[in-house]
Design a protein around this ligand. Sequence first.
Ligand code: C2E
Ligand code: CA
Ligand code: CA
Length: 565
Amino acid sequence: MNEFGYSGLLKRRVLVVEDEAINREILGNMLSESYDVSYAENGAQALEMLRESRIRYSLILLDLLMPVMSGEELLGKIKEDELLSGIPVIVMTSEKPAEVKSIKMGADDFITKPYDSPEIILARCERIIQLYEEKSILRSAEKDDLTDLFTHEFFDEYVRQIDSYDENAYDDAIVLNIEHFHMINEMFGRGTGDEILKKVADMLVHKFENGVCIGCRPSADYFYLYVDHRDSYDGVFDGMSEELAKYSHIPKIRLRAGIYQNVDKGISIDERFDHAKLACDRIRGDYTKQISFYSKELNDADLYNERLINDIDDAIANRDLVVFYQPKYGIQSDKPVLRSAEALIRWKHPELGMISPGDFIPLFESNGLIQKLDHYVWAEAASQIRKWKDEFGYTLPVSVNVSRVDIYNPDLEKRLLEILDDNDLTTSELMLEITESAYADDAKGLTDVVNSLRDKGFRIEMDDFGTGYSSLNMITGIPIDVLKIDMKFIRNMNKDEKSLKLVELVMDIARFLNVPAVAEGVEEASQVEKLKEMGCELIQGYYFSKPVPAEEFNRFIVSAKEEKA
Ligand code: C2E
Ligand code: CA
Ligand code: CA
């Protein structure tokens, strides 16, 4: 028993390689009390079992004279193989010269035929196994000096041995991390940091006192635990963050855990903990969750996201990212008039097919890559406005989406002006859509940026209005040129009274601010009628057109030109 309550009570597995059935039986009878025994009839079969199986053998008992592949040949192969060379081999033979030769080749001991008494054979097996296990464990320093947990190397070796005693046992891999640890180190000094690490290790040891559990600290503030499976972790880590906060006098300190339950023993130990770490890192910064469980879906989603992140540069270079345009029509005149368009990105991935912006915009917003994408869209849109001017002699202002992240880039304005300059356009031709929720986040900072952009002549549309929870008080203080009412209100305006009332309210607000309103997601004539009555100026939606490629958009320009003439 070690201090983590782990004891090697489970049976180790021994592989008997022997072509004669009677000998297999005799050995099997001797060994099966103490070991799980597997059998192979020749070297080739044994090699296959050793390489294919996920079971870890603690010892090989090897006959030398066998058909197909001799014991000598197998021994050679085992000792050459990095993974297998760590398994001790006892050779069984009746010839003295063969004994000497096999010892030279790397066998660890020999048993003579006919067999000695079972006691002697068992004792030899036991001694060799013990020797090997001690050797492999001692190869690495055993303890992490600071926390007294195992070192990573030692931990891995231990997990391997736990696996080998019973490959059918259910185990969980747990990764714990201390949130903001590097900050704690910086603010309070390394000494405090060290004390906190010790405290965490201490708490973990006590948490898992009863049951199979081993732990290590693979890097600064990450802890690994390999524990007996449990269905529920309700309450297991409860109170640890609080205890830590009390101990350290750092109120915001927190431990979060990622748990991979019932680990697949077919994957490497590293992969098991990668899974747990993935779950653990998912809840970084999320103070509402302390534990997160790994699942295949989570892993797949993460891999998918990683793929998209990896592919974005190629997508831009290969023009798999294409800008579509959706018209906005003025509806207050007798006949609808084309007034502008919104640029919307589409990703035609060569392998994953068409990917909707809903699948990659939030991802790229979360990691800042959205800037790259938006700059691309702005440049594409500007060059398209130029093209329409040149080809049709028609100026169509286009709105582009500006993400929250873009707004806090000090080069935003410069970048936009450069793009316009490159295409010989003015600020009145490229409109900027900023989602309402961005205003709610940091009204002051945003207002400054927006004011400056408006001073340069840009027109700002507040996108998704009605979803951002900005107060009326705030709205009146923010400089905007257009209100875009969110489509979810439009969708339901003919269905429920509340949505209809909200649409009316937004129209009132627009009137109060003295700016035109755009209704987005308008699909039906009845909606157009209602919106017109309410005084809505502009409409964007499938009623007129879905977003389409620039080529296809040409026809809207052609007919708008005809109308004008
Ligand atoms: P959004 O800015 O609110 O764009 C309007 C969305 O409504 C678009 O979805 C458009 O295709 C869809 N839509 C327009 N009319 C209708 C309609 O009548 N019915 C229905 N069901 N849908 C309609 P899309 O293109 O899938 O874009 C989704 C969101 O992704 C956009 O919402 C925007 O927030 C973001 N996005 C798209 N392109 C860009 C971009 O280039 N940069 C940034 N930062 N975000 C973008
Ligand atoms: Ca938009
Ligand atoms: Ca919108």
